[in-house]
Write a protein that binds this ligand. Structure first.
Ligand code: PMP
Length: 416
């Protein structure tokens, strides 16, 4: 007899914090498992946005009036909250951007264009999101630098032996995704950063899928750059963070010109503001940044250790459940995974599967997950992906499994 999979006791129950989850979808209880794409927002974050516009809205860094100073204070406090969240040494090491993509482009165009020359090597991993590939291709085309790729093993882990052989004194830059959005693999970034530093390369960690799921300490990691998006950590879209070590950031030229990033301007030449202002040209997403700080506080209040433990329990339960079903292939079975379950169901196209699950109010992602080279590596066009957040429950996993079984029946591939 097959042992039943026991449903563990709920560790966290945060569903009620998120108003959108009370809204039925297609007449069903919403089972939101597309958190890798974007997370829902807690009431505290939603209310902080309207509170800002009702009580604090003005442009920052320019006004002499009370409201402008008030908005500036809130914006500056958000930088302190972010600095503490990442455990950065200095406030100036935090630059606000519009998201992970924007942060990586900033590094590529500012640091990359200033520091890479023909023959230099950029090492990226085979599981990078397109946003950590394409900017480097554009910079490589302009500078003559060469991109090398760390291979991915069959279980979705990086081949560290191959990584070691790729590193040489030609390696100037290494870009590594902390947690793969397509596979859930948690990469051994501390070890990989140390290896890159031994050949003198600078290291960027793409933390888009990590910061909402695990504690990040940039000083302990000793990474040169760390980036993430606000919307994947219960904050607003159009907000993002770039952390860079102070000396590195301070030596980088601006890449966007405009108001707020200058010291003096004449038609002959301009001088630039110190960091981080040098990289925040124009009116930023003031409300977004202020609200992002509320999202980071929300995560800290719940506790990243508690969130990590909760999501790990969900992942284990879901992996075990899907493991009992015939016709399911898990893509990405690394020993260390966070919050993401990528899979194929018989020969049902992931998009068809996503559409059928949607009829039951189960929201998953289907496709290449902006990681086409990784899909090519596995010889597949895409996967179905369930990704977990603080508000998901074992009931959500049960709903996913029930809906998958329904889909199999519909396609005539059920094993019962
Ligand atoms: N990197 C990873 C690992 C991601 O998952 C994503 C978003 N799917 C990005 C980068 C890009 O983030 P954004 O679209 O918020 O800029």
């Amino acid at each position: 007899m097959v042992e039943p999979i026991l449903k563990p006791a709920m560790q966290l129950d945060r569903r009620a914090d998120f108003p959108i989850l009370a809204q039925p979808v297609r007449g069903q209880r919403l089972v939101y498992l597309d958190n890798g794409a974007t997370t829902q927002k807690p009431a505290a974050v939603i209310h902080a946005e309207s509170h800002f516009y009702e009580h604090s809205n003005a442009n920052i860094h320019r006004g002499v009036h009370w409201l402008s100073q008030h908005a500036t204070d809130l914006y500056d406090q958000a930088r302190v909250v972010t600095q503490q969240f990442l455990h950065a040494q200095r406030i100036e090491e935090i630059v606000f951007t519009s998201g992970t993509t924007d942060s990586i482009n900033l590094i590529a165009y500012s640091w990359g264009m200033a520091n890479l020359t023909a023959g230099d090597e950029i090492v990226l991993t085979g599981m990078e999101h397109h946003s950590n590939i394409v900017p480097w291709q554009l910079v490589a085309q302009k500078t003559g630098a060469i991109i090398k790729v760390v291979p991915v093993l069959d279980n979705g882990e990086l081949d560290l032996t191959a990584y070691q052989t790729l590193l040489s004194n030609k390696t100037k830059f290494v870009g590594i995704v902390h947690v793969s959005n397509a596979l859930g693999t948690v990469n051994p970034i501390a070890q990989m950063i140390e290896m890159a530093h031994q050949v003198g390369a600078k290291v960027l960690i793409d933390g888009a899928q990590a910061v909402a799921h695990t504690e990040v300490n940039v000083q302990e990691l000793d990474c040169d750059f760390y980036v993430f998006s606000g919307h994947k950590i219960y904050g607003p879209t159009g907000t993002g963070v770039l952390y860079a070590k102070y000396d590195l950031l301070d030596a980088m030229p601006p890449w966007k010109g405009g108001g707020d990033m200058i010291h003096t301007v004449s038609f002959e030449s301009s001088t630039y503001a110190p960091v981080p202002q040098r990289f925040e040209a124009g009116t930023p997403n003031i409300a977004g940044v202020v609200v992002l700080a509320e999202a980071l506080k929300y995560v800290q209040t719940v506790g990243l250790d508690a969130i990590a433990a909760h999501e790990d329990a969900l992942l284990r339960y879901a992996t075990a459940q899907l493991g009992t079903m015939k016709g399911i292939t898990l893509v990405g079975t690394a020993a260390n995974k966070a919050g993401v379950l990528s899979f194929l169901v018989d020969d049902i196209h992931p998009h068809d599967l996503g559409t059928i699950l949607d009829m039951d109010g189960v929201a998953i992602r289907a496709g290449h997950h902006c990681a086409m080279p990784l899909m090519t590596r596995f010889g597949i066009p895409g996967t179905a992906r369930a990704s977990f957040a603080v508000y998901n429950s074992f009931d959500d996993v049960d709903a996913l499994v029930a809906s998958l079984k329904k889909a199999q029946k519909l396609f005539g591939v059920a094993d019962e």
